[in-house]
Design a protein around this ligand. Structure first.
Ligand code: ZN
Length: 496
């Protein structure tokens, strides 16, 4: 697969003819659209992302740009909400010098209104005293399963909440109305379309939001295809009457579980202790419990996706998947992130037919933090090429809104494995060829959803096509690629 100049004729949403040509031309039901200096690739898939999160993001202030605690406090002060909760997302103390975060910092902004700020990776929250008070969290509150309420020397909560402890506060924030959720979904879908994305695997979908998605789909308002994995970990999905669902542009096919937390907050579950703390990380579910939940899900026709970042978490999930396979289950099984994989476990992805769902940009943006957490000699991080060579099916996503939804940043990370301001490729042996990178974005994700009529530009296939201004031959230009037009289901949208 490589970007090509093609003349493609589309009828009834399917590719009716396709030829190499001098100028890229898309003919839809007889009407021609010519694109000079443009190249066609199959529609790009983001195989792990959060649609409502992106929609919220597009509609709220982001904290990523804060380069210090003072800058962050200034940004939060500017959040234009008249009353109620002040919420924000995206802080990252790794990029600041001063790392001691305390509720008192936020009390200085407001002691009357609760403040709830989620870390960039979603695995920690920083709250003020009012938020703790409303959530009835004090020095006597026990840590929830799989979560930590950080305390000071006197045992008082500092305002930092890790993993499941975040929910103790989040549960008290008033829910967005269905109208607002609809706006989030549509804003996010159109933003994807502008970035050349024709399909998103939407993770951790909340049961309460399915109605909104289905309404939008019934009214044919979804401009891209959404394939959803709903929250499995709280068992709430059992309230659903219907099982896997397939509509116009919406499929609800899987359950999503969590085996561990994230590396940044030292929640990733490791075989060996962290290099920079006396911990192995967090086991969010035991293998027996995961097996029970996953096999019950499989029995009801769901595919299974489990978040695993640490090498021990990946091993645990593979152990569970091995049990499922030996029970005879043929459901799609995926590991979300597959970030740290022990060499002894690499081959098991292909042996057990487990999809490795990876987010290449996590590697380039987290590399320095990963080296601190794991130590210089840790060599099992983001093992893309090793997984690929052993026959694992690699599917790629961004995990937006945690990272940018621009897929060319991810393709760049796969091929170049270095951050924008870096000259040197990190662990060159784990980079992918452009062809393999594109496959992981455009082709392989469809194998994980059973949509065999998508993923390549061939006669009779669904006309999901991304038109770009770059042949991608020069690897240092990948991240500057512009999307000229996106065609989904035979419908063309021009962006430039
Ligand atoms: Zn995610």
């Amino acid at each position: 697969m490589k970007p090509s100049k093609l003349t493609i004729s589309i009828k009834n949403g399917l590719i009716d003819s396709i030829n190499q040509s001098e100028v890229t031309e898309i003919i839809i039901d007889g009407a021609s659209n010519r694109f000079v200096s443009a190249y066609a690739i199959p529609g790009i898939v983001d195989a792990h992302a959060h649609i409502i999160g992106l929609g919220e993001n597009l509609n709220t202030i982001r904290l990523e740009k804060a380069k210090s605690k003072d800058e962050l406090i200034q940004l939060v002060k500017e959040i234009d909400v008249k009353d109620g909760w002040i919420t924000g997302r995206g802080w990252n103390e790794e990029s600041w010098g001063n790392k001691d975060l305390h509720r008192l910092d936020l009390d200085a902004i407001s002691s009357e209104r609760p403040i709830f700020l989620v870390r960039v990776d979603g695995h920690a929250a920083w709250v003020n005293s009012k938020a703790l008070e409303l959530s009835e969290i004090n020095k006597y509150t026990a840590n929830p399963n799989g979560g930590t309420i950080q305390i000071d020397a006197e045992g008082n909560p500092t305002g930092l909440l890790i993993d499941n402890a975040i929910e103790l506060v989040r549960d008290n924030i008033p829910k967005a109305s269905n109208e607002l959720i609809k706006k989030y979904v549509l804003d996010a879908c159109y933003e994807c379309l502008r970035n050349g994305i024709t399909e998103v695997h939407d993770m951790d979908v909340h049961l309460d939001h399915l109605k909104v998605y289905k309404e939008l789909d019934n009214d044919n308002l979804l401009p891209i295809r959404l394939v959803q994995y709903i929250r499995g970990f709280d068992g709430e999905y059992k309230r659903l009457q219907s099982h896997p669902y397939s509509g116009n542009n919406l499929q609800i096919i899987g359950l999503k579980f969590y085996a561990d937390g994230a590396l940044g907050s030292r929640g990733a579950l490791m075989i060996d202790k962290y290099n920079d703390a006396d911990t192995y990380g967090l086991e969010l579910i035991s293998t027996d419990e995961l097996y029970e939940q996953a096999s019950e899900g499989c029995d009801n026709g769901w595919d299974i996706a489990v978040h695993a970042i640490g090498d021990k978490a990946n091993r645990n999930v593979l152990d569970v998947y091995q049990r499922l396979r030996s029970d005879g289950y043929e459901n799609i099984l995926r590991i979300e992130h597959s970030q740290l994989v022990n060499p002894d476990d690499i081959k098991r992805f292909s042996d057990l037919n487990v999809f490795a769902s990876v987010q290449p940009i996590h590697c380039t943006s987290d590399k320095n933090m990963a080296i601190k957490r794991l130590g210089e000699n840790y060599n099992f991080a983001y093992p893309w090429k090793t997984l690929h060579k052993t026959g694992a099916k690699l599917i790629a996503g961004s995990d937006f809104p945690i990272e940018s939804h621009n897929p060319f940043f991810g393709i760049d990370a796969f091929v170049n494995r270095r951050a924008i301001n870096e000259e040197i490729t990190w662990q060159k042996e784990e980079t992918l060829s452009l062809e393999d990178a594109l496959n992981s974005y455009c082709y392989t994700p469809h194998l994980a959803t059973g949509n065999s009529n998508s993923g390549s530009l061939e006669l009779g296939k669904r006309a999901d096509i991304t038109i770009i201004d770059n042949e991608l031959r020069q690897s240092n230009t990948i991240r500057n690629t512009k999307v000229i037009a996106t065609i989904t289901n035979g419908k063309l949208t021009k962006h430039l």
